[in-house]
Write a protein that binds this ligand. Structure first.
Ligand SMILES: Nc1nc2c(ncn2[C@@H]2O[C@H](COP(=O)(O)OP(=O)(O)O)[C@@H](O)[C@H]2O)c(=O)[nH]1
Ligand SMILES: [Mg+2]
Length: 468
Protein backbone atom coordinates (compact mmCIF):
# COMPACT_ATOMS: atom_id res chain seq x y z
CA UNK A 1 0.00 0.00 0.00
CA UNK A 2 2.23 2.80 -1.24
CA UNK A 3 -0.10 5.55 -0.03
CA UNK A 4 0.24 4.43 3.55
CA UNK A 5 3.99 4.38 3.13
CA UNK A 6 4.01 7.97 1.99
CA UNK A 7 2.23 9.00 5.16
CA UNK A 8 4.77 7.09 7.21
CA UNK A 9 7.69 8.62 5.33
CA UNK A 10 6.31 12.08 6.03
CA UNK A 11 5.57 11.28 9.65
CA UNK A 12 9.00 10.01 10.49
CA UNK A 13 10.67 12.90 8.72
CA UNK A 14 8.61 15.44 10.65
CA UNK A 15 9.08 13.62 13.96
CA UNK A 16 12.81 13.64 13.36
CA UNK A 17 12.75 17.37 12.60
CA UNK A 18 10.72 18.03 15.74
CA UNK A 19 13.16 16.19 17.93
CA UNK A 20 16.14 17.92 16.30
CA UNK A 21 14.80 21.39 16.66
CA UNK A 22 13.42 20.90 20.15
CA UNK A 23 16.98 19.86 20.93
CA UNK A 24 18.35 23.22 19.74
CA UNK A 25 16.73 24.77 22.77
CA UNK A 26 18.61 22.45 25.06
CA UNK A 27 21.90 23.34 23.42
CA UNK A 28 24.67 24.06 25.99
CA UNK A 29 24.41 27.72 25.07
CA UNK A 30 20.70 28.59 24.95
CA UNK A 31 19.52 31.48 22.80
CA UNK A 32 20.23 34.71 24.60
CA UNK A 33 17.39 36.73 23.13
CA UNK A 34 13.73 36.27 23.87
CA UNK A 35 12.70 37.04 20.28
CA UNK A 36 14.71 34.09 18.98
CA UNK A 37 13.22 31.77 21.59
CA UNK A 38 9.71 32.94 20.73
CA UNK A 39 10.26 32.61 16.99
CA UNK A 40 11.58 29.08 17.40
CA UNK A 41 8.64 28.20 19.62
CA UNK A 42 6.16 29.40 17.00
CA UNK A 43 7.81 27.31 14.29
CA UNK A 44 7.88 24.25 16.52
CA UNK A 45 4.19 24.62 17.28
CA UNK A 46 3.42 24.94 13.57
CA UNK A 47 5.39 21.77 12.93
CA UNK A 48 3.49 19.95 15.68
CA UNK A 49 0.22 21.08 14.09
CA UNK A 50 1.38 19.72 10.75
CA UNK A 51 2.18 16.37 12.35
CA UNK A 52 -1.18 16.26 14.08
CA UNK A 53 -3.07 16.88 10.85
CA UNK A 54 -1.05 14.09 9.29
CA UNK A 55 -1.80 11.71 12.16
CA UNK A 56 -5.51 12.42 11.95
CA UNK A 57 -5.38 12.00 8.18
CA UNK A 58 -7.36 15.12 7.44
CA UNK A 59 -7.41 15.94 3.74
CA UNK A 60 -8.24 19.61 3.23
CA UNK A 61 -9.79 20.97 0.07
CA UNK A 62 -10.08 24.74 -0.10
CA UNK A 63 -12.19 26.78 -2.53
CA UNK A 64 -10.36 29.85 -3.75
CA UNK A 65 -11.19 32.66 -6.09
CA UNK A 66 -12.56 36.16 -6.41
CA UNK A 67 -15.81 37.23 -4.86
CA UNK A 68 -19.08 35.90 -6.34
CA UNK A 69 -17.45 33.37 -8.62
CA UNK A 70 -19.56 30.76 -6.85
CA UNK A 71 -17.07 29.21 -4.41
CA UNK A 72 -19.69 28.57 -1.74
CA UNK A 73 -22.17 27.35 -4.33
CA UNK A 74 -19.60 24.92 -5.77
CA UNK A 75 -18.87 23.44 -2.35
CA UNK A 76 -22.58 23.12 -1.54
CA UNK A 77 -23.27 21.43 -4.84
CA UNK A 78 -20.32 19.10 -4.31
CA UNK A 79 -21.59 17.82 -0.99
CA UNK A 80 -25.17 18.03 -2.19
CA UNK A 81 -26.38 20.09 0.74
CA UNK A 82 -26.88 23.82 1.21
CA UNK A 83 -24.64 24.28 4.19
CA UNK A 84 -22.63 27.30 3.16
CA UNK A 85 -24.25 30.69 2.65
CA UNK A 86 -24.49 31.74 -0.98
CA UNK A 87 -25.60 35.10 -2.23
CA UNK A 88 -25.62 37.67 -4.99
CA UNK A 89 -24.19 40.45 -2.84
CA UNK A 90 -20.49 40.72 -2.22
CA UNK A 91 -19.11 39.44 1.02
CA UNK A 92 -21.54 36.71 1.99
CA UNK A 93 -18.65 34.57 3.15
CA UNK A 94 -16.62 36.60 5.63
CA UNK A 95 -14.32 34.01 7.18
CA UNK A 96 -12.94 30.69 6.13
CA UNK A 97 -15.42 27.99 7.17
CA UNK A 98 -15.02 24.30 6.94
CA UNK A 99 -17.37 21.36 6.61
CA UNK A 100 -16.66 17.65 6.67
CA UNK A 101 -17.51 15.64 3.64
CA UNK A 102 -18.22 11.96 3.90
CA UNK A 103 -19.35 10.88 0.47
CA UNK A 104 -20.65 7.37 0.11
CA UNK A 105 -18.56 7.03 -3.00
CA UNK A 106 -15.35 7.63 -1.12
CA UNK A 107 -14.48 4.22 0.35
CA UNK A 108 -10.98 3.16 -0.48
CA UNK A 109 -11.30 -0.37 -1.81
CA UNK A 110 -7.75 -1.45 -1.02
CA UNK A 111 -7.89 -0.20 2.54
CA UNK A 112 -11.40 -1.37 3.26
CA UNK A 113 -10.37 -4.96 2.91
CA UNK A 114 -8.15 -4.67 5.93
CA UNK A 115 -9.63 -1.94 8.01
CA UNK A 116 -13.29 -2.03 7.05
CA UNK A 117 -13.44 1.77 6.97
CA UNK A 118 -11.20 4.39 5.57
CA UNK A 119 -9.88 6.86 8.07
CA UNK A 120 -9.10 9.67 5.66
CA UNK A 121 -11.27 12.62 6.60
CA UNK A 122 -12.14 15.08 3.85
CA UNK A 123 -12.66 18.65 4.94
CA UNK A 124 -13.92 21.35 2.59
CA UNK A 125 -12.93 24.92 3.35
CA UNK A 126 -14.86 27.90 2.05
CA UNK A 127 -12.95 31.18 1.91
CA UNK A 128 -13.91 34.80 1.41
CA UNK A 129 -13.07 36.14 -2.05
CA UNK A 130 -9.43 36.95 -2.62
CA UNK A 131 -10.53 40.49 -3.33
CA UNK A 132 -12.99 40.74 -0.47
CA UNK A 133 -11.10 41.24 2.74
CA UNK A 134 -8.80 44.12 2.15
CA UNK A 135 -5.06 44.45 1.91
CA UNK A 136 -2.84 42.74 4.42
CA UNK A 137 -5.61 40.74 6.06
CA UNK A 138 -6.67 39.25 2.74
CA UNK A 139 -3.28 38.09 1.59
CA UNK A 140 -2.50 36.70 5.03
CA UNK A 141 -5.81 34.86 5.22
CA UNK A 142 -5.37 33.49 1.72
CA UNK A 143 -1.83 32.37 2.46
CA UNK A 144 -2.80 30.63 5.70
CA UNK A 145 -5.61 28.70 4.10
CA UNK A 146 -3.51 27.82 1.07
CA UNK A 147 -0.68 26.54 3.24
CA UNK A 148 -3.05 24.16 4.96
CA UNK A 149 -4.85 22.99 1.85
CA UNK A 150 -3.97 19.67 0.27
CA UNK A 151 -5.98 20.49 -2.83
CA UNK A 152 -7.23 23.83 -4.09
CA UNK A 153 -10.39 24.34 -6.10
CA UNK A 154 -9.75 27.59 -7.86
CA UNK A 155 -13.16 28.86 -8.94
CA UNK A 156 -13.51 31.16 -11.95
CA UNK A 157 -16.57 32.10 -13.93
CA UNK A 158 -15.29 32.84 -17.41
CA UNK A 159 -12.15 34.57 -18.63
CA UNK A 160 -9.77 35.21 -15.81
CA UNK A 161 -8.44 38.61 -14.87
CA UNK A 162 -5.03 39.74 -13.68
CA UNK A 163 -5.70 39.14 -9.97
CA UNK A 164 -6.82 35.59 -10.66
CA UNK A 165 -3.86 34.94 -12.92
CA UNK A 166 -1.37 36.22 -10.35
CA UNK A 167 -2.96 34.20 -7.56
CA UNK A 168 -2.82 31.07 -9.72
CA UNK A 169 0.85 31.63 -10.53
CA UNK A 170 1.67 32.15 -6.88
CA UNK A 171 -0.10 28.97 -5.81
CA UNK A 172 1.63 26.98 -8.51
CA UNK A 173 5.02 28.34 -7.55
CA UNK A 174 4.32 27.23 -3.98
CA UNK A 175 3.77 23.70 -5.27
CA UNK A 176 0.04 23.58 -4.59
CA UNK A 177 -2.15 21.08 -6.45
CA UNK A 178 -4.96 22.97 -8.17
CA UNK A 179 -8.19 22.01 -9.91
CA UNK A 180 -9.38 24.96 -11.95
CA UNK A 181 -13.17 25.07 -11.74
CA UNK A 182 -14.89 26.95 -14.54
CA UNK A 183 -18.26 27.67 -12.92
CA UNK A 184 -21.48 29.25 -14.26
CA UNK A 185 -21.20 27.60 -17.66
CA UNK A 186 -24.99 27.85 -17.90
CA UNK A 187 -24.50 31.54 -18.65
CA UNK A 188 -22.53 30.85 -21.84
CA UNK A 189 -23.68 29.48 -25.15
CA UNK A 190 -21.83 26.30 -26.08
CA UNK A 191 -19.45 28.06 -28.46
CA UNK A 192 -18.34 30.72 -25.98
CA UNK A 193 -17.97 28.09 -23.34
CA UNK A 194 -15.54 26.13 -25.51
CA UNK A 195 -13.61 29.26 -26.41
CA UNK A 196 -13.14 30.15 -22.73
CA UNK A 197 -12.20 26.59 -21.89
CA UNK A 198 -9.51 26.64 -24.55
CA UNK A 199 -8.28 29.98 -23.31
CA UNK A 200 -7.93 28.60 -19.79
CA UNK A 201 -6.01 25.65 -21.15
CA UNK A 202 -3.56 27.76 -23.06
CA UNK A 203 -2.61 29.92 -20.08
CA UNK A 204 1.07 29.61 -19.51
CA UNK A 205 2.91 30.64 -16.48
CA UNK A 206 5.39 33.31 -15.71
CA UNK A 207 6.05 35.67 -12.80
CA UNK A 208 6.22 34.51 -9.21
CA UNK A 209 9.96 34.32 -9.61
CA UNK A 210 9.60 31.13 -11.56
CA UNK A 211 12.29 30.84 -14.19
CA UNK A 212 11.01 29.57 -17.47
CA UNK A 213 13.92 28.23 -19.46
CA UNK A 214 12.62 29.10 -22.88
CA UNK A 215 9.90 26.48 -22.88
CA UNK A 216 6.27 27.29 -22.40
CA UNK A 217 4.70 25.56 -19.45
CA UNK A 218 0.99 25.26 -18.93
CA UNK A 219 -0.28 27.07 -15.90
CA UNK A 220 -2.93 24.41 -15.36
CA UNK A 221 -2.85 21.05 -17.08
CA UNK A 222 -5.78 20.28 -19.32
CA UNK A 223 -6.84 17.38 -17.08
CA UNK A 224 -7.15 19.75 -14.14
CA UNK A 225 -9.73 22.08 -15.67
CA UNK A 226 -13.36 21.20 -15.06
CA UNK A 227 -16.54 22.96 -16.24
CA UNK A 228 -19.47 23.13 -13.82
CA UNK A 229 -22.70 24.94 -13.13
CA UNK A 230 -23.19 24.86 -9.37
CA UNK A 231 -26.33 26.92 -9.20
CA UNK A 232 -27.71 27.60 -12.68
CA UNK A 233 -30.01 30.59 -13.10
CA UNK A 234 -33.66 29.95 -13.73
CA UNK A 235 -34.66 30.23 -17.37
CA UNK A 236 -37.93 31.23 -18.89
CA UNK A 237 -39.34 28.35 -20.87
CA UNK A 238 -42.24 28.31 -23.25
CA UNK A 239 -45.00 25.90 -22.22
CA UNK A 240 -47.95 24.71 -24.26
CA UNK A 241 -50.82 23.73 -22.01
CA UNK A 242 -53.17 20.85 -22.92
CA UNK A 243 -55.95 23.33 -23.59
CA UNK A 244 -53.87 24.86 -26.36
CA UNK A 245 -52.87 28.05 -24.56
CA UNK A 246 -49.22 29.04 -24.56
CA UNK A 247 -47.46 30.42 -21.48
CA UNK A 248 -44.04 31.08 -20.05
CA UNK A 249 -42.67 29.58 -16.88
CA UNK A 250 -39.47 29.90 -14.90
CA UNK A 251 -37.54 26.74 -14.65
CA UNK A 252 -34.28 26.06 -12.85
CA UNK A 253 -31.99 23.67 -14.69
CA UNK A 254 -30.26 21.05 -12.53
CA UNK A 255 -26.67 21.76 -11.47
CA UNK A 256 -23.90 20.22 -13.55
CA UNK A 257 -21.45 18.92 -11.01
CA UNK A 258 -20.81 15.27 -11.79
CA UNK A 259 -17.49 15.77 -13.53
CA UNK A 260 -16.00 17.81 -10.70
CA UNK A 261 -17.26 15.46 -8.04
CA UNK A 262 -15.77 12.52 -9.91
CA UNK A 263 -12.51 14.35 -10.35
CA UNK A 264 -12.20 15.19 -6.66
CA UNK A 265 -13.13 11.67 -5.58
CA UNK A 266 -10.61 10.20 -7.96
CA UNK A 267 -7.84 12.43 -6.65
CA UNK A 268 -8.68 11.75 -3.02
CA UNK A 269 -8.94 8.03 -3.59
CA UNK A 270 -5.95 7.62 -5.79
CA UNK A 271 -3.46 10.02 -4.29
CA UNK A 272 -5.06 11.67 -1.26
CA UNK A 273 -2.50 10.22 1.11
CA UNK A 274 0.45 11.12 -1.08
CA UNK A 275 -0.80 14.68 -1.44
CA UNK A 276 -1.33 14.89 2.29
CA UNK A 277 2.22 13.68 2.88
CA UNK A 278 3.75 16.00 0.30
CA UNK A 279 1.92 19.03 1.62
CA UNK A 280 2.96 18.28 5.20
CA UNK A 281 6.56 17.87 4.09
CA UNK A 282 6.51 21.11 2.12
CA UNK A 283 5.30 22.87 5.26
CA UNK A 284 7.92 21.11 7.34
CA UNK A 285 10.59 22.18 4.86
CA UNK A 286 9.63 25.83 5.33
CA UNK A 287 9.57 25.44 9.09
CA UNK A 288 12.96 23.74 9.14
CA UNK A 289 14.53 26.43 6.98
CA UNK A 290 13.05 29.12 9.21
CA UNK A 291 14.32 27.44 12.35
CA UNK A 292 17.79 27.12 10.86
CA UNK A 293 17.77 30.85 10.06
CA UNK A 294 16.71 31.62 13.61
CA UNK A 295 19.50 29.46 15.03
CA UNK A 296 22.05 31.08 12.73
CA UNK A 297 20.91 34.57 13.58
CA UNK A 298 20.81 33.85 17.30
CA UNK A 299 24.41 32.68 17.28
CA UNK A 300 25.85 35.06 14.70
CA UNK A 301 28.28 36.68 17.10
CA UNK A 302 29.77 33.38 18.24
CA UNK A 303 29.93 32.20 14.64
CA UNK A 304 31.90 35.26 13.62
CA UNK A 305 34.43 34.59 16.34
CA UNK A 306 34.69 30.98 15.30
CA UNK A 307 35.28 31.87 11.65
CA UNK A 308 37.94 34.40 12.53
CA UNK A 309 39.69 31.91 14.75
CA UNK A 310 39.74 29.32 11.98
CA UNK A 311 40.97 31.86 9.43
CA UNK A 312 43.82 32.71 11.78
CA UNK A 313 44.75 29.07 12.41
CA UNK A 314 44.68 28.23 8.77
CA UNK A 315 46.80 31.20 7.73
CA UNK A 316 49.34 30.36 10.40
CA UNK A 317 49.45 26.67 9.56
CA UNK A 318 49.86 27.37 5.88
CA UNK A 319 52.57 29.95 6.42
CA UNK A 320 54.63 27.72 8.67
CA UNK A 321 54.31 24.59 6.60
CA UNK A 322 56.94 24.21 3.89
CA UNK A 323 55.30 21.35 1.97
CA UNK A 324 52.93 22.50 -0.78
CA UNK A 325 50.51 19.58 -1.01
CA UNK A 326 50.12 19.37 2.74
CA UNK A 327 49.13 23.06 2.70
CA UNK A 328 46.25 22.50 0.37
CA UNK A 329 45.12 19.37 2.14
CA UNK A 330 45.56 20.95 5.53
CA UNK A 331 43.60 23.98 4.41
CA UNK A 332 40.77 21.76 3.19
CA UNK A 333 40.66 19.83 6.41
CA UNK A 334 40.50 23.12 8.30
CA UNK A 335 37.54 24.26 6.14
CA UNK A 336 35.77 20.99 6.74
CA UNK A 337 36.34 21.32 10.46
CA UNK A 338 34.98 24.82 10.34
CA UNK A 339 31.80 23.64 8.62
CA UNK A 340 31.30 20.97 11.25
CA UNK A 341 32.05 23.36 14.09
CA UNK A 342 29.53 25.84 12.73
CA UNK A 343 26.86 23.15 12.45
CA UNK A 344 27.59 22.20 16.04
CA UNK A 345 27.50 25.78 17.23
CA UNK A 346 24.11 26.36 15.62
CA UNK A 347 22.89 22.99 16.83
CA UNK A 348 21.84 22.08 13.29
CA UNK A 349 21.67 18.50 12.11
CA UNK A 350 24.63 17.55 9.95
CA UNK A 351 26.48 14.30 9.49
CA UNK A 352 30.11 14.01 8.38
CA UNK A 353 28.96 12.84 4.98
CA UNK A 354 26.74 15.87 4.53
CA UNK A 355 29.48 18.20 5.72
CA UNK A 356 31.76 16.74 3.05
CA UNK A 357 29.08 17.16 0.40
CA UNK A 358 28.47 20.71 1.51
CA UNK A 359 32.16 21.48 1.46
CA UNK A 360 32.47 20.21 -2.10
CA UNK A 361 29.50 22.29 -3.10
CA UNK A 362 31.00 25.40 -1.56
CA UNK A 363 34.34 24.66 -3.17
CA UNK A 364 32.83 24.49 -6.64
CA UNK A 365 30.12 27.07 -6.32
CA UNK A 366 32.06 29.98 -4.85
CA UNK A 367 32.54 31.43 -8.32
CA UNK A 368 35.80 29.52 -8.64
CA UNK A 369 37.23 31.54 -5.80
CA UNK A 370 38.08 28.57 -3.67
CA UNK A 371 39.24 26.47 -6.56
CA UNK A 372 41.46 29.44 -7.30
CA UNK A 373 42.63 29.42 -3.74
CA UNK A 374 43.48 25.76 -3.94
CA UNK A 375 45.25 26.20 -7.30
CA UNK A 376 47.27 29.27 -6.48
CA UNK A 377 47.84 27.81 -3.04
CA UNK A 378 49.52 24.91 -4.71
CA UNK A 379 51.65 27.24 -6.87
CA UNK A 380 52.63 29.52 -4.03
CA UNK A 381 53.12 26.50 -1.86
CA UNK A 382 55.47 25.03 -4.50
CA UNK A 383 57.51 28.20 -4.75
CA UNK A 384 57.53 28.28 -0.97
CA UNK A 385 58.68 24.68 -0.89
CA UNK A 386 61.35 25.49 -3.44
CA UNK A 387 62.42 28.51 -1.39
CA UNK A 388 62.53 26.35 1.69
CA UNK A 389 64.80 23.89 -0.09
CA UNK A 390 66.92 26.79 -1.31
CA UNK A 391 66.81 28.39 2.10
CA UNK A 392 68.10 25.21 3.64
CA UNK A 393 71.43 25.95 1.96
CA UNK A 394 71.61 29.00 4.18
CA UNK A 395 71.34 32.04 1.87
CA UNK A 396 69.12 34.96 2.88
CA UNK A 397 67.48 35.23 -0.56
CA UNK A 398 65.83 31.85 -0.16
CA UNK A 399 64.47 32.83 3.22
CA UNK A 400 62.86 36.07 2.08
CA UNK A 401 61.41 34.34 -0.97
CA UNK A 402 59.89 31.85 1.42
CA UNK A 403 58.48 34.61 3.59
CA UNK A 404 56.97 36.46 0.61
CA UNK A 405 55.27 33.41 -0.80
CA UNK A 406 54.14 32.33 2.65
CA UNK A 407 52.51 35.66 3.47
CA UNK A 408 50.67 35.84 0.14
CA UNK A 409 49.45 32.31 0.52
CA UNK A 410 48.46 32.70 4.15
CA UNK A 411 46.43 35.81 3.37
CA UNK A 412 44.60 33.95 0.68
CA UNK A 413 44.05 30.97 2.92
CA UNK A 414 42.60 33.20 5.61
CA UNK A 415 40.30 34.91 3.16
CA UNK A 416 39.26 31.55 1.73
CA UNK A 417 38.28 30.33 5.18
CA UNK A 418 36.28 33.46 5.76
CA UNK A 419 34.39 32.79 2.53
CA UNK A 420 33.81 29.17 3.46
CA UNK A 421 32.36 30.32 6.76
CA UNK A 422 29.96 32.68 5.05
CA UNK A 423 28.89 30.14 2.46
CA UNK A 424 28.45 27.49 5.13
CA UNK A 425 25.89 29.65 6.89
CA UNK A 426 23.86 30.02 3.73
CA UNK A 427 24.04 26.33 2.98
CA UNK A 428 23.26 25.27 6.52
CA UNK A 429 19.96 27.11 6.35
CA UNK A 430 18.83 24.86 3.54
CA UNK A 431 21.11 21.93 4.05
CA UNK A 432 19.28 20.82 7.14
CA UNK A 433 16.45 19.58 4.95
CA UNK A 434 18.72 17.31 2.92
CA UNK A 435 19.73 14.73 5.49
CA UNK A 436 18.70 11.06 5.29
CA UNK A 437 15.28 11.79 6.79
CA UNK A 438 15.17 15.49 5.90
CA UNK A 439 12.00 16.89 4.37
CA UNK A 440 13.56 17.44 0.94
CA UNK A 441 14.84 13.89 0.85
CA UNK A 442 11.40 12.60 1.83
CA UNK A 443 9.70 14.75 -0.82
CA UNK A 444 12.06 13.45 -3.45
CA UNK A 445 11.48 9.88 -2.34
CA UNK A 446 7.68 10.19 -2.54
CA UNK A 447 7.82 11.91 -5.91
CA UNK A 448 9.98 9.13 -7.28
CA UNK A 449 7.17 6.69 -6.52
CA UNK A 450 4.11 8.51 -7.84
CA UNK A 451 2.37 7.34 -11.00
CA UNK A 452 2.71 9.22 -14.23
CA UNK A 453 -0.16 11.51 -15.16
CA UNK A 454 -1.28 12.06 -11.57
CA UNK A 455 -1.68 15.36 -9.77
CA UNK A 456 1.40 14.50 -7.70
CA UNK A 457 3.36 13.90 -10.86
CA UNK A 458 2.46 17.35 -12.13
CA UNK A 459 3.74 18.89 -8.89
CA UNK A 460 7.19 17.44 -9.35
CA UNK A 461 8.80 20.46 -10.92
CA UNK A 462 7.52 22.93 -8.35
CA UNK A 463 8.31 20.82 -5.35
CA UNK A 464 11.79 19.96 -6.53
CA UNK A 465 12.89 23.40 -7.63
CA UNK A 466 14.14 23.91 -4.08
CA UNK A 467 16.93 21.48 -4.81
CA UNK A 468 18.56 23.77 -7.33
N1 LIG B 1 -25.78 31.39 -13.29
C1 LIG B 1 -25.11 30.86 -12.29
N2 LIG B 1 -24.99 31.51 -11.13
C2 LIG B 1 -24.30 30.92 -10.14
C3 LIG B 1 -23.71 29.66 -10.28
N3 LIG B 1 -23.06 29.35 -9.14
C4 LIG B 1 -23.26 30.39 -8.30
N4 LIG B 1 -24.01 31.34 -8.89
C5 LIG B 1 -24.46 32.60 -8.29
O1 LIG B 1 -23.34 33.44 -8.05
C6 LIG B 1 -23.55 34.20 -6.87
C7 LIG B 1 -22.39 34.09 -5.95
O2 LIG B 1 -22.29 32.79 -5.44
P1 LIG B 1 -21.47 32.46 -4.13
O3 LIG B 1 -21.38 31.00 -4.00
O4 LIG B 1 -22.00 33.23 -2.97
O5 LIG B 1 -20.07 33.07 -4.55
P2 LIG B 1 -18.74 33.20 -3.67
O6 LIG B 1 -18.65 34.61 -3.24
O7 LIG B 1 -17.63 32.86 -4.62
O8 LIG B 1 -18.84 32.22 -2.55
C8 LIG B 1 -24.85 33.71 -6.26
O9 LIG B 1 -25.87 34.59 -6.57
C9 LIG B 1 -25.08 32.37 -6.92
O10 LIG B 1 -26.43 32.06 -7.07
C10 LIG B 1 -23.86 28.98 -11.54
O11 LIG B 1 -23.37 27.87 -11.77
N5 LIG B 1 -24.56 29.63 -12.49
MG1 LIG C 1 -18.88 32.53 -0.57
Amino acid sequence: MPHKNHLNTARSSIRQALSWYSHIRRHPQPFAEVKHKAALQTELEGLRGTLEKLDREIFRIAAFGLVSRGKSAVLNATIGRDILPVGPINGVTQWPRSVQWMPEELPFPEINQQQKTSNLVVELIDTPGLDEVDGQARSQMARDVARQADLILFVVAGDINRTEYDALCELRAAGKPIVLVFNKIDLYPEQDRQAIYEQLQSLSRNSGGWVNLGQKTDLIAKEDIVMVAAEPTAMQVRVEWPDGTVGYEWETPPPQMEELKEKILEIVRREGRSLLALNALAQARDAETNMASIAIEARSKQAENLINKFAGYKALAVALNPIAVVDVLGGSVADLLLIRSLAKLYGLPMTGYEAGKLWKQILFSGGGLLVGEAGSGLLLGLSKSAAAVGGATGDGVGLSAYAGAAIAQATMAGYGTYKVGQAAQVYLERGCTWGPSGSNTAIREILSQVDEGTVCDRLRQDLLQHFE
